[in-house]
Design a protein around this ligand. Sequence first.
Ligand code: GRF
Length: 216
Amino acid sequence: MHNNHRSVVVLISGNGSNLQALLDFSNAGNYRISGVISNKSDAYGLQRAEQCNIPTTVVEHRRYANRDLFDKALSEAIDVYEPGLIVLAGFMRILGADFVKRYNGKILNIHPSLLPNYPGTNTHQRVLDAGEKLHGVSVHFVTEELDGGPVVAQESIAIESIDDSETLALRIHYKERILYPAVVSWFADGRLRLEANDAFLDEQLLPETGQRIPSS
Ligand code: GRF
C-alpha cells in the first residue's frame, strides 16, 4: 500500500452517485481519484469515471471460484493504482479477512444508517418498520466485522410521517454526497487514522457515533 494519502481508489457496484460527489469535490479538494474499480461491468459509475478521464478496471466476482480468489484479483487491480486509501462507494461485495488486514486502516465505507444500528441491507425499510424517529448515514473504517468498524462521521435526518423508503433513500443520498468527500479530505490531509479498533481525528479518539455533523 502506498503512503500517499491523497491517492484514492474508489470501489463501486452500481450507480455511483457517491463516486460522482467524490469526483466533483476532487476538483477543488486535496485528494486525487487514481482509479475506479467495479465488480460489475454494467455499473453506471464506470461511465461517470470515464467522463472525468479516470482509469477504470472491472473485476467481475462471477469469474472467480471463491472469495479468496476474487479478493486476490481485486488487490492486484487496486495495487496498480498505488492508492493510499480505498473508498467503498456502494460496493456490494463482502471483503475477506485477509483483504481487510492487508489494507488495515486504509479502507472507508459509507453505510445508510446510524451505525451501530441497522448494519446490513434494506436499511430504510427496516428503520421505518421499527418506527424510528431518526435515521442517517455513517462513514466508517472497514474492519473484519461487516459494517462494524469504528464510525468516523455520521449525519442524521428526522423521519417525517410522509417518508417512505424511497424518500428516505433520496434524503440519505443527499447527505451522503456531502459527508463522504469531507471525510475523504480528512484522510487525505493525514488527520484521520485507525488504531486497533478506534478511529482518531486530529489525534482525538472519536466517540462511538463518530464526528456527528448536525442535521441541517
Ligand atoms: C449508498 O446509499 C451507500 O450508502 C450504500 O450504497 C449506496 C450507493 O449508492 N453503501 P451510489 O452507487 O453511490 O449511488
